[in-house]
Design a protein around this ligand. Structure first.
Ligand code: ADP
Length: 251
C-alpha cells in the first residue's frame, strides 16, 4: 500500500532521509520510532505531499505519488496528480488542526462535500455515524474550542475517516494531550484498527501503544530504517545497539 524506494530528502545541507526503502502492506499497522530529528515526520509529510523527494520514488496503493508518467517517461508529479493520489490518505496531527470557525459537523462534512462531491445530507449522515463511533454524538453542533483536547483529537480522527481513506497517518497524536486523556484516544485507535482494514502508519513515543497496536515497528536513525521487526522482538529484544539505547532513553 505504501512503498518508498531509494528516497532522499535534504533540507539545505542537512540530509534528512538517505536512500530510504520502506514498504507497508495493505491493512498493516506500522509504527515509526526513533530519536528526534531522525526523519519520522518528514516521511509522513512526504506522503501528504507537504514536501517533495529529492530522489527516489513513493507509491501509494500501486500508484506513484511522487512521480507520473508522461510520454512514456517517469517525471516528478505535478500538483493535480499528487492531489489525486493523496486523496486516499488521511492524516491526524499532534495539534488536531480542526477548523476553529466551524462546528464539529462543519469540520466533518467540509472535505467530503467539497472534495468527494457528497451531498450535504450524505455527508451529514456519515458524520453522525463517525461521531457515534468516536463517542461524541452529542457534540455535533459544538465548536472545537469548547471541547477537551482528547475530544478534539477524536473529532480529528473522525474527520480523517470521513474521507474513507485507504491509509491513515498519525503523527504523535497523543503528545499534546493531558495524560488522563491519552487512554481514550488510544482505545479508539485500537477499535479502528480492529474494525477496519485501513493501513495505518504512525509516529509515536507511546511505546506501550506501539507494542500492542502495531504489526511491525521500524526504528529510524540518520534517515534510514536501521531495524524492522514485530513489536515483541524489536521493543523487547532489539538487535541494534542504537535501538537499545533509544528504548532505554524513552521507556
Ligand atoms: P522527527 O520527526 O524524527 O523528529 P523530522 O522529520 O521532523 O524528524 O526532522 C528531520 C530533520 O529535518 C530535523 O533535523 C529537522 O530539523 C529537519 N527539518 C524538518 N523539516 C524541515 C524544514 N522544513 N526545513 C528545514 N529543516 C527541516
Amino acid at each position: 500500500m505504501i512503498v518508498f524506494e531509494g528516497v532522499h530528502k535534504r533540507f539545505g545541507d542537512s540530509v534528512v532521509l538517505s536512500d530510504l526503502d520502506l514498504a507497508v502492506d495493505p491493512g498493516e499497522h506500522v509504527t515509526l520510532i526513533g530519536p528526534s530529528g531522525s526523519g519520522k515526520t518528514t516521511i509522513l509529510r512526504l506522503l501528504m505531499c507537504l514536501e517533495r523527494v529529492d530522489a527516489g520514488t513513493i507509491r501509494v496503493g500501486g500508484r506513484y505519488l511522487s512521480h507520473m508518467h508522461r510520454r512514456g517517461e517517469l517525471v516528478p508529479a505535478d500538483e493535480k496528480h499528487s492531489r489525486d493520489v493523496r486523496r486516499r490518505i488521511g492524516m491526524v496531527f499532534q495539534q488536531f488542526n480542526l477548523f476553529p470557525n466551524m462546528s464539529v459537523l462543519g469540520n466533518l462534512i467540509e472535505a467530503p462535500t467539497r472534495v468527494l462531491g457528497l451531498s450535504r445530507a450524505e455527508a451529514t449522515e456519515r458524520a453522525a455515524e463517525l461521531l457515534d463511533m468516536v463517542g461524541l454524538a452529542e457534540k455535533i453542533d459544538e465548536h472545537p474550542a469548547r471541547l477537551s483536547g482528547g475530544q478534539q483529537q477524536r473529532v480529528a480522527i473522525a474527520r480523517a475517516l470521513a474521507m474513507r481513506p485507504d491509509v491513515l497517518l498519525l503523527d504523535e497524536i497523543t503528545s499534546a494531550l493531558d495524560p488522563e486523556l491519552v487512554a481514550g484516544v488510544l482505545r479508539l485507535l485500537r477499535r479502528i484498527g480492529d474494525t477496519t482494514d485501513i493501513t495505518i502508519l504512525c509516529v509515536t513515543h507511546e511505546i506501550g501503544f506501539a507494542r500492542d497496536f502495531s504489526d511491525r515497528v521500524l526504528m529510524l536513525d540518520g534517515g534510514r530504517v536501521i531495524e524492522d521487526g514485530p513489536p515483541d522482538q524489536l521493543l523487547r529484544e532489539p538487535r541494534q545497539p542504537r535501538t537499545k539505547e533509544f528504548l532505554a532513553a524513552v521507556l
